[in-house]
Structures are given as structure tokens and as C-alpha cells.
Design a protein around this ligand. Sequence first.
Ligand code: NAD
Ligand code: IPM
Ligand code: MN
Length: 367
Amino acid sequence: MANPSLLILPGDGIGPEVMAQVRRVIDWFGANKDLVFDVSEDLVGGAAYDKHGTPLHDDTMAKAQEVDAVLLGAVGGPKYDDLDFAVKPERGLLRLRKEMDLFSNLRPAQCFDALADFSSLKKDVVAGLDIMIVRELTSGVYFGEPRGIHKEGNERVGVNTQRYTESEIARVARSAFELAKRRGNKVCSMEKANVMESGILWRDVVQEIHDAEYPEVELSHMYADNGAMQLVRAPKQFDVIVTDNLFGDVLSDCAAMLTGSLGMLPSASLGLPMGNGRPKALYEPVHGSAPDITGQGKANPIACILSFAMALRYSFDEGANADLLEGAVQKVLADGVRTADLMGPEGGTPVSTGEMGDAILAALDAA
Ligand code: NAD
Ligand code: IPM
Ligand code: MN
């Protein structure tokens, strides 16, 4: 049988820096676990714009549709801030999500024991935290029409449209209920049904899917603003949170800080199963290109490495190897190895991106 295929898109800023460590991890699994991937690499974001004048070349888009999974680093940066909207680096990522129809974005936030002291919240609020945010990723205000900036009289007006169809809500709800069944059996759905019609429909459809197909899963509904407050007040009340594209973007950054750093949070963006039963899938850290630390060897590669662990689990049915990799990350953190973003008030000497990679490979060797 052919080896499973991976397309790697390192992107911009710290994207290539953290992805270099993931490549070492991929090579380790090839050498030690007989888990060999056919890896190809290509450009996305500003890097693609610099070469092709577009943030995602059609050939790259076509490759992404063919491979078993895509791994992405990060896109964007100040160099590209003044580009036309249509060719901004972020448009490349949004095109991948939309054309691959990756409607279900899994953003787990787990607080590893070794970092519980380091969160900006009190230790007992976050210790043992394990929640999963399921963010709708291909619709809502990110893609709704009409959109744009136009003139009304003498002033400019900016327009975006929050729009959800019933089937778009239903499919992401199913994905959240399916996950909950394999976790704590609880889903909290977040919207603003108090002010938005799309929120009313969201709430109704999630409830209908629950009643018809998943009555055994505990379901609650919460306004998203209260949800943000509850996430920092008592995050352990949640198991799976399902929410729309924009609320999910904001709430997942908020959840990231519960775990200690944005540099810790991985994600999986999943679509419908392909012919081989695997879902269309793209894996990427939740963080961006971090221009403030680019090129300094300071970036934490863990979010990107854990994104590869999610690929092992969700695309390749390699749960045991995903556990092995996550265990190696936990071991390294328990040993006190810290990149700069994980330095607590007690201080210490941070390791570089490459040294964090060294430590994780050593932990894999020792496991
Ligand atoms: P960011 O996530 O890049 O950075 C926010 C803060 O977190 C910065 O202080 C940064 O140094 C820190 N940080 C992020 N990742 C880190 C890591 N791995 N290790 C250590 N520290 C880390 O968000 P931003 O500054 O708002 O955005 C910068 C650019 O990235 C923008 O162009 C934005 O559009 C883009 N962006 C891309 C993605 C993506 O590619 N998926 C996600 C978010 C933002
Ligand atoms: C994320 C990012 C993206 C988003 C941007 C870069 C398009 O913030 O993946 O969280 O808003 O979805
Ligand atoms: Mn975001």
C-alpha cells in the first residue's frame, strides 16, 4: 500500500520555524515506528504571494485536495498589511478551508499539569482542564454575502453578513455530538439568540439534532458573551463547546490562555470523508505568524507538533502514536523545559525553538 501523503505549508513568520521541528518529529516516526509519510512542501500566505502574486497558487490548492492531510504553519505579517484584500496572506488560508469544505474546526484546550501554575488564572481553576471547542469554519460572517466597503453619500460603509443555513448548522452540531460521545458526553452551544436571527436558528437546529439523533448527550445553550465570561470564571464546567465561525475564533484564543500560552494550542479542521474513509483535513496551530518574535528562535513549536498528533489521531487512525507524541510533550514540560512564552514569574532560562524540538525527540527516544 502507498504511504499516506502529507502536504506541508509552512507559511510565514514563525510558521517555517515551528514546522521545521514538526518535520523532525515526522522523520522520527518514519525511522522508529515504520510510519512513513510521502511529504511534499509548498507555499501559502505571504510566501506564496512573494513568488506567485497570490496567497495560494491553484496548483497548491489542487495538491491540498489530493493529499491525505495538510499541515499548515501560519500566515500573515506586517509586510503584507497594505496588500489588496483579495491577495492578503489570510485569504490563502480561508480559500483552503472553504474549497476543502473544512466545516468542523476542533480546537482542544488542555491544561498540562506542569503548566497549571503558569496560567494567568488560579491553578485550581485550570488544573486538569480538558475542553474541546468545535468552531464552524466555512460559513457565517467570514463568508456571508453581501460584503464589502461602499460609499453611502459622503461616507464609507463596511458590510459583512452573518448567514447560516440549517444544513451548515446541523453538520457541525453532529460533529460536536459525535466528539462528546467519546469524551465527557456534554455539549454547550454558544450563540447570541437574544440579538441575532442566525443565533435563533443556530439554537433551534442544534436542539433538533440533539433531540432526534443524540438525546443521550447532555446539551445546554449559552449566550456567547456569557460563554466568554464562564470560560475564564470556571472553564472546567465545559466538555465540548460548539459555536459559529467568529465566536469560535475569539473564544478559542481565550481558551488558549487557560492552557498557559497560545503557543500550546493545536487544531484540526475536518471536512467530509473522502473515498478512503479519511476526512478531508488540515491541521494547524491556533496561533499566527507572531511577527514580534519571528527569526529569533523563540517560537514555541508545541502547538504545531500537537497539531501533527491530531493528524495521527483523526486522519491516520494512529491513536497510540498520537498518545506517544502527546506523552513526550507532557514529559518535557514536566521536566521544566520551557520556551520563552512559557516562562512564569519565577523566571529561569528559556530554551530555543530547536532545543524544544531536541527535548521532545529525546523524550520520544526514551518512551
Ligand atoms: P499571533 O498569534 O501571531 O501572536 C499573538 C501573540 O502570541 C504574540 O505576542 C506572539 O509572539 C505570541 N505567540 C503566538 N504564537 C506563539 C508561539 N508559537 N510561541 C510563542 N509565542 C507565540 O497573533 P497576531 O499578532 O494577532 O497576528 C499576527 C499575524 O498572524 C497576522 O497577520 C494574523 O492575521 C496572522 N494570524 C494567522 C493565523 C493562522 O495562520 N492560522 C492565526 C492567527 C493570526
Ligand atoms: C485563526 C486565525 C484566522 C481566522 C485568520 C488568520 C484568517 O485567526 O485561524 O484563528 O480568523 O480564522
Ligand atoms: Mn484566530
